[in-house]
Design a binder for this molecule. Structure first.
Ligand code: C5P
Length: 294
């Protein structure tokens, strides 16, 4: 009898994202503060004799070896030398290519679930290396909560948790490829880096204020290229958000609200415009790990 597991694969937003300079390897050196949020995909993982198979209800998600969860499973199998297989079923709720880390989260949740399913003993450092090789955001999803990301975002450090109960995620219905967003960055100079680094660190010190001072270097260039995202942001602010910001490389914008009434009103208004809109809360590290395999 083969076993199976259910796992939640949470989305993230970025409270800050400072792109310092383009590195020799083509990636941008980042200082970012990640935050996991309650929106999640449902993953069901079942053991198979030896094949790796991905099933997803969203046709935009590839099911072949280009899928990040597929890549995670095959890399874990290669590194640990197991011959077991897995059937990975993804019920998509996180919009695709939306700046919410959906694919990266699926990959990390797959790694955590397969370690249990295949009963693998793996060194923590090795697991982080596998995650980092899958994508810059993947290691963050091994820890969740509020975390500082440096390097290309793959080196993560847990921070004091940010509390934020009333967030509204809004997506205009199209994706922004991460690579395109980074290519639009124009104001990078290494001399600026000196003044940018302390910003994130200062923000991290005043952690409770982060939702209201959130900022993202990718926002201005992406908004200039996609005016509809700027419109979403404007609508969120006019519907009562205290602050609104594009998440990661977009196109999702999050709004920070004072209470559930105003957030709920904004959610129904924005859905009337045909946008995808979903109320969420910031998930701290404890909730993240307590509910991932609920
Ligand atoms: O690491 P990941 O595969 O998610 O990155 C996707 C693309 O985003 C990269 O190929 C690169 O073009 C861009 N990127 C970047 N700097 C980062 C992270 C991503 O330029 N720190």
């Amino acid at each position: 009898m083969y076993r199976s597991f259910q796992a939640r694969s949470f989305a993230k937003i970025n409270w800050t994202l400072d792109a310092l300079f383009k590195r020799d390897d083509g990636y941008h050196e980042l200082r970012t503060i990640y935050q996991s949020v309650s929106l999640h995909d449902e993953l069901r993982l079942g053991e198979t004799r030896n094949a790796i198979e991905v099933i997803c209800d969203d046709p935009r998600v590839p099911r072949d070896e280009t899928n990040l969860a597929f890549k995670a499973a095959s890399l874990l199998r290669k590194v640990t030398g197991t011959s077991k297989g897995a059937r990975i079923e993804i019920e998509k709720r996180i919009p695709v290519a939306a700046g919410l880390g959906g694919g990266s989260s699926n990959a990390a949740a797959t790694l955590l679930a397969l370690i249990r399913l295949w009963e693998i003993v793996i060194d923590e450092a090795e697991l982080i290396r596998i995650a980092a090789s899958l994508g810059s955001d993947v290691p963050f999803f091994l820890i969740g909560g509020t975390a500082l990301g440096v390097g290309r975002g793959e080196e993560v450090y847990p921070l004091e948790q940010v509390r934020c109960e009333h967030l509204l995620l809004v997506n205009p219905g199209f994706g922004v490829p991460t690579r395109d967003a980074y290519e639009k960055l124009s104001r990078l100079t290494s001399s600026e880096a000196a003044s940018i680094i302390p910003f994130t660190l200062l923000a991290a010190k005043g952690i409770s204020e982060l939702p209201l001072v959130a900022r993202n270097d990718l926002e201005a260039p992406v908004l200039a290229a996609y005016p509809e995202i700027a419109e979403v942001k404007q609508r969120l602010l006019s519907l009562g958000a205290k602050h609104a910001l594009m998440s990661g490389s977009g196109a999702t914008v999050f709004g920070v609200f004072d209470n559930s009434e105003i957030a709920g009103g904004a959610e129904s208004e924005l859905r009337k415009f045909g946008y995808w809109a979903e109320r969420v809360h910031a998930v701290d590290r404890q909730e993240y790990h307590a509910t991932i395999f609920q």
